[in-house]
Design a protein around this ligand. Structure first.
Ligand SMILES: [Zn+2]
Ligand SMILES: [Zn+2]
Length: 337
C-alpha cells in the first residue's frame, strides 16, 4: 500500500468502498464489520452492520428508521473531532445535505481523502452548512451532474407555492416531499418566508419531523392529516411522500393541487409525466456548478465519482487536468426521486 496510490488502500469490494489501513467500509451495503455512515438516507444507512460510527443525529435517524443502528456497537463522532480507527484518522465534517449528514476525511501517512457522501452548498435552516475540506483525493456524489441542472434560489420556489395558495384559497396544496430532509427543509423555508399556519403531514412524515424537533430544529405547528376533517384542510398546505400524492390518499383532500419539491422538477417532462401541477425545484444535492466548483476548491488532483451521472462529470474532471475514476457503486438509489 502506498499513500499516494489511492487505489492500493481504498478499494471497492462487494460491500462497497473499503479503507484497508482503517479496516472499515463507508456507507456499506449491509452486514459490514465496521461501517462509517455519512447520513441516514436508506441507500447510505443500511441495517445489519456490527459497528457503526456516525454523527449523533445520523445514529438517531438510524434508530428511528431501523430500530437499531448496529448489532454490537455504535460510536458518535462530533463534527471536526479526529478519531483514530486502525492506522488512519477519521474526521467528519458537515455536508449540508440533511440533519446529521457528514463528509468523511480519512488521513493516512500524509494523504488526505474526503468522501463527500451526498451534499449541497445552498443554505438549509435544518442542518449545518457544507464545510470545504482540502484534500488530495475527493470522492464525490454526482446525482445532478449534468450542466442542465441549475437549482436556483429555493426562496423563489417557496414564494411560488405561497402565491399559488393565495390564488386558489379553496384548494388544498399537497406537496410531495422525501421524508428525511426535504420535508423538514420545506417546512423551515415556509416558516422563514413568514408562513405561520399549521402544516398538515401524511402519517409517514411524522416520526422524522419529531426527530428533527428533538434535535432543536423548530418547525412550528404541525398537524396530522389523517385525523383532520376535509373541510379543515381547505386552503391549507399538506406534505406527503411522493408516492402518496398521486394515489387514493390525496383524493380525500379538498380539491387537491399537486406540487412536488425535488431537484428533478427542473425536467419539465418529468413533472408532467408525474401529474405535477406545481413543480418546485428544491434539491438537497449539489447541482452542476456546485459539483464542479467544489471539486476545484478542494484542490484535489484526483476525483472519484460514486453515484449518479458520472460520464459528464468524469469528462469535466479530465478536461480540467485531474485524474478521474467512476466507482460505479451499485445499489445507490436517488432518494430525491
Ligand atoms: Zn442522501
Ligand atoms: Zn445518495
Amino acid at each position: 500500500m502506498r499513500p499516494d496510490r489511492f487505489d492500493s488502500w481504498l478499494t471497492v469490494n462487494r460491500k462497497g468502498l473499503y479503507c484497508r489501513p482503517g479496516g472499515f467500509h463507508i456507507d456499506p451495503y449491509g452486514g459490514a464489520k465496521r461501517a462509517v455512515v455519512t447520513h441516514g438516507h436508506s441507500d447510505h444507512a443500511r441495517p445489519g452492520h456490527d459497528h457503526v460510527l456516525a454523527t449523533r443525529e445520523t445514529l438517531g435517524v438510524m434508530t428511528t428508521r431501523l430500530g437499531t443502528p448496529a448489532r454490537s456497537g455504535t460510536q458518535i463522532a462530533a463534527y471536526g473531532e479526529p478519531i483514530a480507527i486502525g492506522d488512519v484518522t477519521v474526521t467528519l465534517y458537515p455536508a449540508g445535505h440533511v440533519l446529521g449528514s457528514a463528509q468523511v476525511l480519512i488521513e493516512w501517512q500524509g494523504a488526505r481523502v474526503v468522501v463527500s457522501g451526498d451534499y449541497k452548498r445552498g443554505a438549509d435552516p435544518t442542518c449545518p452548512a457544507f464545510e470545504l475540506v482540502p484534500c488530495h483525493l475527493f470522492i464525490t456524489e454526482a446525482t445532478f451532474a449534468l450542466p442542465v441542472f441549475q437549482h436556483g434560489d429555493v426562496r423563489e420556489e417557496v414564494a411560488k407555492l405561497l402565491k399559488s395558495r393565495a390564488q386558489f384559497p379553496d384548494r388544498c396544496h399537497v406537496v410531495g416531499v422525501y421524508g428525511l430532509g426535504k420535508c423538514q427543509r420545506l417546512i423551515a423555508l415556509l416558516r422563514e418566508a413568514g408562513y405561520d399556519r399549521p402544516i398538515y403531514l401524511h402519517g409517514a412524515l411524522i416520526d422524522c419531523c419529531a426527530l428533527y424537533e428533538s434535535y432543536g430544529v423548530r418547525l412550528g405547528e404541525l398537524r396530522s392529516a389523517t385525523g383532520a376533517k376535509r373541510e379543515e384542510m381547505k386552503g391549507e398546505i399538506v406534505l406527503a411522500p411522493p408516492s402518496a400524492i398521486a394515489d387514493r390518499w390525496s383524493r380525500r383532500l379538498p380539491d387537491p393541487l399537486t406540487a412536488f419539491a425535488s431537484g428533478w422538477m427542473r425536467v419539465r417532462a418529468r413533472a408532467r409525466q408525474q401529474g405535477v401541477e406545481l413543480p418546485l425545484v428544491i434539491s438537497d444535492h449539489a447541482d452542476w456548478r456546485e459539483l464542479t466548483e467544489t471539486i476545484a476548491e478542494t484542490g484535489a488532483e484526483e476525483v472519484w465519482v460514486t453515484h449518479g451521472r458520472e460520464d459528464a462529470l468524469l469528462h469535466h474532471i479530465q478536461m480540467t487536468g485531474r485524474k478521474g475514476r467512476a466507482l460505479a457503486l451499485i445499489g445507490r438509489e436517488d432518494e430525491d426521486q
